[in-house]
Design a protein around this ligand. Structure first.
Ligand code: WT7
Length: 674
């Protein structure tokens, strides 16, 4: 099989689509390759040049140096800057002062289908609001540089405002996805030692109200560091019970704060922590990923130009939730650094009707659209008419993120949404990388688009595909994706992972000596990377990262459960879904309700996004003679591939049992088994 055939085979992509308006006919892969090569030859100078395009209070003295712990790097040492200054002050000093920064739309609609609420914030509005909130944080809540706070915020403008206000005074924040449970919130708040939780009274999602305040109330019971919950009024109702000893409304704190109050942005060190974001890994406990200030700003600045080709007349929309890194980087800091006009939407894509997103694109004339394959697949099921009835002709560029894009979803985006005019890319990155590292670069005009691939590594990024032993594999052969050099935006000092430099090293560096992404990938002869999916015990469920071990630990913490194994099964819309096999304790009640009980348990301990598609009660799990659960076998069953060698297996009956349970599921959901 030829190389391109094997890639096509792996990904089922039929063709290479080269767009005239993107790939300039006289430049091509070779030009990009030499550009990329030069960026690596002059690696430090290259990144310094990019960084100096930002405004620094004080220039850096050193481009990069090793940190205190192994594999931690300090970027732009000695440099001082502030993200709130770069996203706001810098713009309001010039012509962008009255440019629209954020157009926000709430979920509820009027009888005629028009949104009930929209808010338009210019850069000056944002600047004013952020200054006032920063004043409250510092003067009324007593927060200072290095203190930590947690946001458990829905998609309302106050979330970016809080993030920018914290950044302004050097307060480290973590934003916890508003769909996570009280327990998931509490574990993150405790790990970070946050002094306050900021949340809304509630928000709207698919026509219902989610009362985040109630969840935060439950979480603080086990969070001794939290002094108060600061509430942002979203619902506008008076029905939310508050206890003055525990709660305070932000709007009350703001009441007597002058509209022109000015809080001078802290001159932060480039290496100071901007935020910590928790993400799932291969153990039970989520990892607190640290992002610094200067390196992070640099990768975002670079990728807004190279990948999004952001111009001042663009209307940009990233459909992610700010609870995930995509929203941190490409709703809050990236676009605002770039002085963009962007859309922010509160609710569900299909509420009140399946055309909500497409109506948003039409109504605001969106030009750059950043979305996920899962969302696309969900829309594909709803029919094309919801899309075609809207005028999407303003779109000029589309990117996706979160998981590999399958051919059908790519084609749907390219043809139906982009009208065959817009490049459709698949930007590869991770919570850990801070920003996009592998992508087509429309802003550089150097690379032809190839359907379905992630594209080449960005300038200054050295990616490699290696085998088990860390040896590069030939083009066209599947291997593990590693990043060979540090990059601005990587996990930040002092410890990479919050409070855990050992885990940082063991998770990312122990296997290959270089940063290991956890992904399988193929590199083709053009040097383009095709990321195929995770190689570890991490699932991508609707693009969200869920550790199977995290789910298993939650399950075995239930009093009925003796053992649990969770694996990913293919799913047409979500890409992958968790399915769980549990062995119950002998004294567990023999009730048909046990599955329901365990589902509820997972929703309470992690959140609805982690709820297994199916939970099977089995009498044993397939194990090796040494007692290790043979997930490979379980996964193979789920993927319908050959089981392979099972000579180390202790009990073949367990395989049969798991197989039978899985087949029953597939019959039920209409999937296939092998
Ligand atoms: C994992 C990281 C970074 C934003 C959202 C996800 C997968 C991400 C792609 C893509 C193929 C992708 C990888 C990666 N992934 N983007 N364009 N093509 N796979 O962040 O939750 O930290 O997950 O998402 O498997 O390791 P995350």
């Amino acid at each position: 099989m030829s190389q391109s055939e094997s890639i096509r085979d792996a990904l089922n992509f039929e063709e290479r689509i080269v767009l005239d308006n993107w790939a300039h006919r006289n430049v091509g892969v070779e030009d990009y390759r030499s550009f990329h090569q030069k960026s690596l030859e002059k690696f430090e100078e290259f990144w310094a040049g990019v960084a100096r395009e930002l405004e620094w209070f004080k220039d850096f003295e050193k481009i990069i140096e090793p940190g205190e712990y192994p594999n931690v790097y300090r970027w732009f040492v000695g440099g001082r800057l502030n993200l709130s200054h770069l996203c706001l002050d810098r713009h309001v000093k010039g012509w962008r002062k009255n440019k629209v920064a954020i157009i926000w739309e709430g979920e509820p609609v009027k009888e005629n289908g028009e949104p009930q609420e929209t808010r338009v914030l210019t850069y000056y509005d944002l600047y004013r609001y952020v200054n006032r909130v920063a004043y409250v944080l510092r003067e009324k809540l007593g927060l200072k540089k290095g203190d930590r706070v947690a946001f458990y915020m829905p998609m309302i403008p106050e979330l970016p405002i809080l993030m920018l206000a914290a950044a302004r005074i050097g307060v480290i924040f973590t934003q916890v996805f508003s769909g996570f449970s009280a327990e998931a919130l509490a574990s993150r708040v405790s790990d970070l030692g946050a002094k306050y939780i900021f949340t809304a009274d509630g928000y709207y999602r698919r026509g219902r109200i989610v009362r985040t305040k109630e969840i935060a109330d439950k979480a603080v019971e086990t969070c001794p560091t939290v002094e108060k919950i600061v509430l942002i009024r979203r619902l506008g109702s008076t029905e939310t019970p508050v206890d003055p000893a525990k709660h305070v409304y932000l709007e009350e704190l703001l009441e007597d704060v002058k509209s022109n109050v000015y809080v001078k942005p802290e001159e932060l060190e480039s290496t100071d922590i901007l935020y910590v974001l928790y993400t799932s890994g291969t153990t039970g406990k989520p990892k607190g990923i640290i992002h610094d200030t200067g390196g992070y700003a640099t990768i975002l600045h670079a990728t807004m130009k190279w990948v999004f080709d952001m111009r001042d007349d663009d209307v940009y929309w990233c459909t992610a939730d700010i609870g995930w890194v995509t929203g941190h980087s490409y709703i809050v800091f990236g676009p605002l650094l770039a002085g963009a006009t962007e859309i922010m939407y509160e609710g569900a894509p299909d509420f009140p009707a399946p055309d909500r997103w497409w109506s948003i694109i039409e109504r605001y004339g969106v030009t750059i659209f950043y979305t996920s394959p899962t969302a696309v697949r969900a829309f594909m099921r709803l029919g094309t008419e919801h899309v075609t009835k809207h005028d999407l002709s303003t779109l000029r560029l589309i990117h996706s993120v979160g998981e590999p894009i399958n051919p059908a979803a790519w084609r749907w985006l390219f043809e139906l949404v982009g009208g065959g005019r817009c490049p459709v890319g698949s930007t590869w990155w991770m919570t850990e990388t801070g920003g996009i590292l592998i992508s087509h670069t429309p802003g550089l005009k150097l690379v032809p688009l190839k359907a379905g691939t992630n594209g080449p590594p960005l300038p200054g990024i050295e990616a490699e595909v290696v085998n088990e032993d860390g040896v590069p594999v030939p083009n066209g052969v599947k291997g593990y994706l590693i990043i060979k050099r540090p990059w601005p935006g990587m996990l930040g000092p002092p410890t990479g992972m919050y409070g855990d430099p050992e885990r940082y090293n063991s998770v990312y560096f122990s296997r290959f000596g270089y940063f290991f992404t956890g992904d399988y990938a193929i590199r083709d002869n053009d040097g383009y990377i095709w990321v195929l999916g995770r190689s570890d015990e991490v699932l991508k469920v609707a693009g969200h990262r869920i550790g199977t071990y995290e789910l298993e630990s939650a399950l075995v913490a239930h009093p009925y459960v003796a053992e649990a194994a969770v694996i990913g099964a293919p799913d047409e819309v979500k890409g992958e879904v968790p399915i769980a096999y549990v062995v119950l304790k002998a004294d567990a009640p023999a009730s048909a309700k046990v599955q329901e009980e365990l589902r509820k348990w997972i929703r309470e301990r992690i959140g609805a996004i982690a709820e297994p598609k199916s939970i099977f009660v089995v009498s044993k799990l397939p194990k090796t003679r040494s007692g290790k659960i043979m997930r490979r076998i379980m996964r193979a069953l789920a993927a319908g591939t050959a089981i392979g060698d099972i000579t180390t297996l202790e009990d073949e009956a367990a395989v049969e049992e798991v197989k039978a349970a899985y087949e029953a599921l597939m019959k039920e959901i209409g999937g296939k088994t092998g």
